[in-house]
Design a protein around this ligand. Structure first.
Ligand code: SAM
Length: 278
């Protein structure tokens, strides 16, 4: 069984805890945390499928938004804030790469630096470039870059990874961002960080996203980005997203905890980059 551990005050408690493991926890907050996870269908199913609960959010977004990841011409995806790798697993699956590593066995043999040698046996299409401050265990089809998304050298590494013989213009078909800074508990500070991330992701999109016309499809050139409510977000959406995409949706997946203000912008059909992008 694939189990992921979360640190509590005194003990490591498996997320896949069964009622028999509840006795290892101490303190009422640990008990509340375990009880919540036992009730949570997404945490339970995570033990057999994905590395993170977040993976279900992307699955749901994909289902609600024309299954954009399943389009046969979706080849190049950038996943920003990828650790521990749930979203990258969903994309790897959608692009037809083997997901045997989800069960753990392929982690020992797969070398992401030798993607070409694995192409035949896994028969996936395209490339997923995943970025995070934290390490991500190998996933088929994923080129992982450990670094700070805000740093120019990380951007240079992404640019380099995007360019290939099969992707000569070095553009991405999809940009995903589930990035979030550590929650401080200060709502004003946390939502300000979220706005800053959204603005940086938009700048990234300006540099790296393929347009709808380059794609030849109205909904081509897709961005999914997480945000937390902020008074300035409506302005950001009105000035940056609405004019530059053919459709912009705000989606709160069922798998996102109700008590969290996290929501996702799903932007489809990147128009020709605005003057402000240059
Ligand atoms: C909610 S987690 C992402 C979960 C992921 N989508 C999954 O399904 O496994 C947010 C991630 O954003 C990353 N992050 C936050 N700021 C970042 C930055 N400046 N550069 C790169 N990664 C960052 C964090 O390290 C964290 O792993």
């Amino acid at each position: 069984m694939h189990s992921i551990f979360r640190s509590t005050t005194k003990y490591h408690v498996p997320l896949t805890a069964t009622t028999s493991t509840v006795r290892y926890a101490s303190g009422s907050s640990s008990k509340r945390w375990i009880a919540r996870n036992l009730r949570d269908p997404y945490s339970k199913s995570r033990s057999t499928n994905y590395r993170s609960r977040s993976a279900f959010k992307l699955e749901e977004i994909n289902q609600k938004c024309f299954r954009f990841l399943d389009e046969g011409d979706m080849h190049t995806v950038v996943d920003l804030g990828a650790a521990p790798g749930g979203w990258s697993q969903v994309v790897s699956n959608a692009l037809g790469w083997s997901v045997s590593d989800v069960a753990g066995e392929a982690n020992h043999t797969f070398d992401p630096l030798r993607l070409d040698e694995h192409t035949n046996e896994n028969s996936g299409r395209g490339k997923i470039i995943s970025v995070d401050l934290l390490p991500v265990q190998p996933i088929h089809g994923v080129h992982f870059i450990q670094g700070n998304f805000h740093h120019t050298n990380t951007d240079a590494l992404i640019r380099q990874a995007l360019h290939s013989e099969n992707n000569p213009d070095g553009k991405a078909d999809v940009v995903l961002s589930d990035m979030a800074t550590n929650v401080t508990g200060n709502a004003a500070h946390d939502s300000q960080s979220s706005l800053t991330i959204c603005e940086s992701v938009f700048d990234f999109v300006c540099r790296h996203l393929r347009t709808a016309s380059e794609k030849g499809r109205k909904h081509g050139g897709v961005v999914v980005m997480k945000y937390f409510e902020h008074p300035e977000l409506n302005r950001f959406c009105r000035e940056k997203l609405d004019p530059n995409f053919n459709a912009v949706y705000r989606i709160k997946p069922k798998s996102s905890r109700a008590e969290s203000s996290e929501t996702y912008f799903v932007c489809m059909g990147w128009r020709d980059p605005p003057a402000s992008c240059v």
